[in-house]
Ligand binder design. Structure first.
Ligand code: ZN
Length: 482
């Protein structure tokens, strides 16, 4: 770029820069919101300097699966909008979010996109892209609207195999997969067998098993395994890449491993709740278990161990929060149907935007389950590549956006909800002590959060149109052959 040190707006000095491949002690020079120089001695003449002695300089996190300001079919609305959600993200070292624009049936996708842009505008404090949720794949949507929208930067969409208001038939999913392959987009699948959930729920209700803990039984690992197998089979038939989101069960992971071992472009995501929480949490006294109800549910120790191995060995490329915030003691949240509601009537979803990176660092990197490069890969670099934001986002390289999490690897934090920046009334990780926490979050060269305080106002975040996913191109994602 021909930038000299005297032109820098900001130099972050004496830190250790970490990417998905390297760990290097050097300075970062920032100019016009982008990384302009990587070297040593950059602090001498920059306009501003931040001393990062003893700290890691990580690419800001990308949370590629979070739900903000969506209404559910039963009329609930998420507790977090684009303001509180993006504050929480920034508080936790995340600088890019990819929430969902959720299609209501019989609504044209363009109207949905417009609507969600309105929800984000003037609110987001960090940059954002959108995935579309396709609930109504009419000929018009699939044939015309989606191909046009893909070219405008909406290159990934999620489909559901369960939930009455959202689920698609296998035939509809095949049509979408074929279109995605043709147009260069990526289908993400929520894989659970709908009829199994309905049938098991009826059996449990008839037996009087209505407490929150029975949510885990209704959303069985076998049902998740079957749907994962089926989603992969559909993608194989359509010769399309596919990404299985929020994998919770070891059986489902094995289906993904089997597909990858056959060379299929099958990608997968897991989330903190499946590594750190387990089904015993749903069994706490009274209604407290509702705080942990999400789908698929946290499972048990054997699943956790399998998922950790899968994260370390590359079965999973993406680590996201699946932040789906419903307040606990709130008639618009978990208690909509009162504190004795059967599990089937409790809002599905838990928060996690702000705790995602600290939990993975503490339980993964500090405990030796993954290394720091894998941490960066699954929290930033891979999602940037997979969702078409690389190398603008997801790494620290010359020309990339200066999105940096300045990370104190030794800072010990006892997680409690009052520390967090979301609009929730609880965190599922209350009382958990982690070691490693972001002390500063920088977005396009702007300090947005420092020492736990968000210092930027609503509305500075920009929309990011996504390019074609780097899936199906040679060497795009390690571990996936095409
Ligand atoms: Zn889902």
């Amino acid at each position: 770029l021909g930038v000299g040190t005297t032109d820098l707006d900001l130099a972050i000095v004496n830190g250790t820069v970490v990417t998905a491949t390297d760990v290097v002690s050097c300075d970062l020079g920032i100019k016009d919101g982008r990384v302009a120089l990587i070297g040593t001695g950059l602090g001498s003449s920059a306009a501003n300097t931040i001393d990062a002695t003893g700290k890691l300089l990580l690419p800001g996190g990308i949370d590629a699966h979070c739900h903000l300001d969506q209404e559910s079919p039963s009329g609930l609305r998420h507790a977090d909008d684009f303001y509180s959600g993006s504050r929480a993200a920034a508080g936790g070292g995340t600088t890019t979010i990819i929430p969902f624009a959720n299609q209501k049936k019989h609504t044209p996708l363009r109207a949905i996109i417009h609507d969600y842009h309105e929800r984000a505008r003037g609110k987001a404090i960090i940059d954002y892209a959108f995935h579309l949720i396709i609930s109504d794949p009419s000929e018009q949507s699939v044939g015309q609207e989606l191909p046009a929208l893909i070219r405008e930067g909406y290159t990934s969409f999620k489909v559901f195999m369960t939930y009455d208001a959202l689920r698609l038939t296998d035939g509809q999913i095949l049509n979408l997969l074929a279109m995605a392959r043709r147009e260069g987009a990526l289908v993400m699948v929520h894989a659970e067998n709908h009829d199994c959930i309905v049938w098991l729920t009826e059996q449990l209700m008839a037996a009087g098993h209505t407490a929150p803990r029975y949510h885990t039984d209704a959303h069985s690992a076998v049902g998740e395994r079957e749907a994962t197998h089926r989603a992969i089979a559909l993608a194989e038939i359509a010769a399309a890449p596919v990404l299985i989101v929020h994998v919770s069960a070891k059986e489902a992971m094995r289906e993904i491993q089997y597909a990858q071992s056959r060379g299929l472009p099958v990608l997968a995501e897991t989330c903190p709740q499946y590594l750190v929480l387990d089904s015993t949490q749903l069994d706490c006294a009274g209604f407290e278990g509702a705080k942990y109800i999400c789908s698929p549910p946290p499972r048990d120790a054997a699943d956790q161990e399998a998922l950790w191995r899968g994260l370390a060995s590359g079965v999973f490329q993406v680590f996201s929060s699946d932040h789906a915030p419903y307040r606990y003691a709130d008639s618009g949240g978990k208690m909509k149907h009162g504190p004795n509601a059967p599990f089937s009537h409790i809002a599905n979803g838990i928060p996690g935007l702000e705790t995602r990176l600290p939990l993975l660092f503490s339980y993964g990197v500090r405990r030796g389950r993954i290394d720091i490069n894998q941490f960066v890969a699954v929290t930033a670099t891979n999602p940037a590549k997979i969702y078409g934001l690389y190398p603008q986002k997801g790494t620290l390289a010359i020309g990339s956006d200066a999105d940096v999490a300045i990370w104190d690897p030794d800072k010990e934090v006892r997680i409690t909800h009052s520390l967090l920046h979301d609009n929730m009334d609880y965190t599922p990780y209350e009382g958990t002590t982690v070691r490693g926490w972001p002390v500063m979050t920088i977005s396009r060269g702007d300090v947005v959060c420092t020492d736990g305080e968000v210092v930027k106002a609503a509305g500075r975040g920009r929309f990011l149109p996504c390019k074609q996913p780097m899936v199906g191109t040679a060497g795009a994602i390690p571990g996936v052959r095409n």
